[in-house]
Design a protein around this ligand. Structure first.
Ligand SMILES: [Zn+2]
Length: 544
């Protein structure tokens, strides 16, 4: 889940006027670039210890950052946003000095850093993390209370960044291979974070520490804490890699509704394992937790606030009826386990890797249970949400993602490419191959584009350029005269040459237009209509 103009409008918010003229700052560059102070070390493990006090919304803790030295250097960048403060940094028990530059800290290491060696630093910090203005889009900590008046608190920091509440290397290109998350909260509250609960420690001061272990690479924004007086139940799903532990956490007052609605989880897993291959985090299990905001793809710890209703807050986004047959948050946010958590963008400018494939996964869920036509209707129905306001790809190296069109236009792009391939088996193999090749990896958009093209045996360069980096919808312009059809692409990138299926009269025909006029003899046809599965426009020129 991420900001879309549509969702903003849905929630009654105005698009910020400054967004069009925003100038990137030094802080954006420090956050969004693989700086020299980041590139010399490779993340291996985080040990995050956080004491959270709901009474005054403060947190205090430490993160021990384990890393391997790739090449010797003595300055290391750690990010922590200014609402929080780093109080001390140590290596081998010795204090280190550091220089703060906006939300970045440059730590001066005194011990020589030798290539290939494993090292760690421990960063101690405290403060009151930012309260979310409108989670999950404008995120932070979300404070609420359950029916009994108990604290009900969760984090959602996609976009904003994990460095809004814990110190880390806050860039998506590098992930730790595993992570421990130890959260201390007052009794009787519990914390649900990522991975598996290893231990609960009762402390003498009436707090408890919940020790969660993640044994797979995890992206920063996927790390979350969810604190409430949760009711819990568990189940097992027999999946492609054997038994998968399912754990569910909801407020006591919603237990009954949740037990019913969450029956869609095995349905989701069945469909997505079919289309994409095994759930990517068997070792960490799958969890679904109720939270006081709409939802987020936290890794192995998907959060849910869709009101135990089908659709998107009860609505069908496509207007076709097919979006009302399933719970949008269960399906969409879980789809991100494959696209966002397993396959992660190297730079958020390529966040379409997360959202376009996950939007498309919604249609594949429909296809699995209701067939191809229903899935196509859903994709086509969602096109009314496309704005073509800005390119789908954002600006690299400044922590900037592109247009909210990365959802519906991205989904339509994939659906359109599938029409070009016109071979469902090959298409399915591409989706499986993508998940196998880029399993647990951070990848660039260019890598994904190349893989899709190679796997399908197509040159899709111009197609990706058109839909990801240009805001125009290509238009098939044609005229018919004396049993001759003339046609070409307009409103498109130079050299655009996407094939398109049309009906000439009653006959299905594959045209291969370019930006130059081409001719085709047509026997009896007097009409042309473009296959609506292709996301293009058409325009007929009248011939005198
Ligand atoms: Zn999403």
């Amino acid at each position: 889940m991420r900001i879309t103009l549509f969702t903003l409008l849905l929630l009654g918010f105005m698009y910020p006027a400054h967004a069009q003229t925003y100038q990137f700052t030094r802080n954006d560059t420090l956050r969004g670039t693989v700086t020299p102070e980041r590139s010399w070390w490779d993340l291996n493990f985080y040990r995050l210890d956080v004491r959270f006090n709901p009474a005054d919304s403060s947190i205090k803790g430490s993160n021990q950052v384990f890393y391997r030295v790739l090449k010797p250097a003595q300055v290391l960048q750690i990010d922590l946003q200014r609402a929080m403060t780093i109080t001390r940094v140590e290596q081998d028990g010795k204090p280190l000095s550091c220089r703060q530059d906006g939300d970045a800290y440059f730590i001066e290491l005194t011990k020589p850093q030798v290539a290939n060696r494993m090292e760690s630093i421990t960063v101690y910090y405290e403060g009151k993390p930012r309260v979310a203005r409108n989670a999950p889009w404008d995120g932070g900590f979300v404070f609420s209370k359950d029916k009994a008046g108990q604290p009900y608190i969760a984090t959602a920091c996609q976009g904003l960044g994990a460095s809004s509440w814990w110190p880390n290397k806050d860039h998506p290109y590098d992930e730790p291979d595993s992570m421990n998350i130890n959260i201390t909260v007052p009794q009787p509250l519990m914390d649900v974070s990522n991975g598996r609960l290893r231990r609960v420690v009762d402390n003498p001061d009436h707090t408890r520490t919940f020790e969660w272990a993640v044994v797979n690479p995890i992206n920063n924004y996927g790390v979350n804490l969810n604190v409430a007086n949760y009711s819990h139940w568990s189940d097992t799903y027999q999946g492609l890699k054997g038994p998968l532990a399912l754990n569910f956490y909801v407020l006591p007052e919603h237990l009954e509704a949740a037990k019913k609605q969450f029956q869609q989880v095995p349905l989701m897993l069945k469909a997505f394992e079919y289309w994409f291959g095994p759930y990517p985090f068997y070792e960490d299990g799958y969890k679904l937790e109720e939270v006081p905001y709409l939802g987020m793809e936290h890794q192995s710890s998907v959060t849910y606030g869709n009101g135990f209703k089908n659709g998107y807050l009860g609505r069908d986004l496509s207007g076709t009826g097919w979006g009302s047959k399933w719970d949008f948050i269960i399906v969409h946010e879980s789809g991100h386990e494959w696209f966002a958590n397993s396959i992660t963008n190297y730079d958020v400018a390529d966040m379409w890797i997360h959202e376009s494939f996950t939007n498309y996964s919604e249609s594949l869920f429909i296809e699995y249970y209701h067939g191809k036509e229903a899935a196509a209707a859903y994709i086509i129905g969602c096109r009314k949400l496309i704005r073509n306001d800005k390119p789908v790809v954002g600006t690299y190296n400044v922590n900037h993602s592109g247009s909210g069109d990365m959802y519906y236009k991205g989904g339509s792009l994939l659906h359109t490419i599938r029409q070009i391939v016109n071979n469902d088996e090959r298409w399915h193999e591409m989706l499986l191959g993508l998940n196998k090749t880029f399993y647990h990896k951070t990848v660039t958009g260019a890598q994904v584009e190349a893989f899709v093209g190679q796997s399908l045996g197509l040159n899709l360069t111009k197609v990706f350029d058109q839909y990801l980096r240009d805001i125009r919808v290509p238009t098939l312009v044609y005229r018919m005269k004396d049993r001759q059809l003339e046609y070409r692409w307009e409103d498109c990138v130079a050299g655009f040459d996407m094939p398109v299926k049309v009906k000439l009269g009653e006959t299905d025909t594959l045209l291969k237009p370019t930006t130059n006029w081409q001719q085709l003899k047509v026997k009896n046809a007097t009409s042309l209509s473009v296959d609506p599965n292709f996301y293009v426009k058409s325009k007929v020129l009248t011939v005198k």
